[in-house]
Design a protein around this ligand. Structure first.
Ligand code: NAP
Length: 323
């Protein structure tokens, strides 16, 4: 089911950073009629050329200020370490009453950095669509990315409710459900649901790569389901994830501390043969997986990442004399 807006939510939408997320917002806003006009900006000339070829926007600029001029809604879709610089670059050309948002995976530092750079006559409503893939760049985007996914908005309490509602309407027009919370709570929740799992994947794949007793070709050849899923996550964009960890330091370290205690508990259970402790935890975690599938946030298909039709058919043995 494709979402669609009865009429555009905003007239002029500006997207700064035309990667996976910026490119997907451009495609979705155009496909579902959420904006009358879409203008784009990116600092990378190759990305701008590709965005033009793909027809992702009506105009493509090098300078964020040119794209932001006259825009009703501006969304920064750059690595979180760049959001303050993008806000500063476009500050002079934002029109009074414009809504400025972002899609960064961390909200505390981003909100602080953007708020410090923006003029008082615009509405800052930070956001984070909890949707993505391990791919990056303008080709990686697709319009359905946000359908049935959550977009979390983290406005300050004194933000104009009308601006928050307009942004929520925009994300709903792209198929997302919208929730609001404080930036601090967002960063704590995402530390355990996204940031720490990525760190574990990076560490696991890195450890396997460093092993001396097992060759790299064996790691690749015998990659079991668990390791394969980790390699998918560990293939995520290095710039984006470096910035996530540097900007969500406290919440990630807090969750890592908790995790290290829980891993020590499991290691002890393994050492002393306490199978019931392992069994109890594995039963509880299975229920979490079922819960995610029940609310439609993932499919129940086994062996995620290896779709059935991609598996080559097993050769059928022919009876003798059939040649
Ligand atoms: P991406 O595919 O790497 O795209 C980012 C684009 O922004 C690149 O084209 C980059 O150019 C450009 N850029 C970087 N700095 C800029 C600046 N100062 N001014 C203008 N353009 C600039 O990244 P993405 O995956 O879309 O992620 C963008 C944001 O979305 C991040 O904050 C991330 O935390 C958030 N997010 C990502 C996901 C995900 O799964 N990927 C999910 C939800 C939210 P270069 O190529 O030159 O670097």
């Amino acid at each position: 089911v494709s979402p669609s807006a009865p009429e555009p939510v905003v007239d002029r939408l500006a997207i700064i950073g035309i990667g996976l997320i910026g490119g997907s917002i451009a495609r979705a806003a155009s496909a579902y009629g959420a904006a009358r006009e879409i203008v784009l900006a990116d600092s990378n000339p190759e990305v701008r050329a590709r965005a033009l070829e793909l027809g992702l926007g009506d105009l493509v600029f090098a300078d964020a200020a040119d794209a932001a001029e006259g825009a009703d809604l501006v969304i920064a879709c750059v690595p979180v370490g760049q959001s303050g610089a993008v806000a500063a670059a476009m500050a002079r050309s934002l029109k009074p009453g414009a809504i400025v948002s972002d899609v960064g995976s961390v909200k505390g530092t981003v909100t602080r950095d953007m708020a410090a750079a923006l003029p008082a006559h615009v509405h800052l409503v930070p956001g984070h669509p909890v949707a993505g893939t391990e791919n990056s760049g303008p080709e990686a985007g697709f319009p359905e990315l946000f359908i049935n996914r959550w977009c979390i908005l983290t406005p300050r309490e004194d933000t104009d409710p009308q601006a928050v509602e307009t942004l929520a309407l925009f994300w709903r027009a792209l198929g997302a459900s919208v929730d609001t919370m404080t930036p601090e709570h967002h960063d704590l929740v995402l530390a355990i649901t996204s940031h720490v799992p990525h760190l574990i994947a990076y560490a696991t794949v890195g450890t396997a790569d460093d092993l001396e007793a097992v060759t790299r070709s064996e790691v690749i050849k015998f990659s079991a389901g668990g390791f394969r899923d980790f390699t998918r996550i560990a293939a995520s964009d290095p710039t984006m994830w470096r910035d996530v960890f540097l900007n969500n330091r406290e919440a990630v370290l807090e969750m890592l501390g908790r995790l290290q205690e829980d891993i020590a508990y499991l290691a002890r259970a393994i050492r002393w043969g306490e199978g019931d402790k392992l069994f109890d935890l594995f039963t509880r975690t299975r229920a979490i997986r079922r819960g995610i599938i029940t609310i439609g946030q993932d499919s129940a298909d086994a062996d995620f990442g290896r779709r059935r039709q991609q598996v080559p058919p097993v050769p059928v043995a022919r009876p003798y004399g059939d040649e």
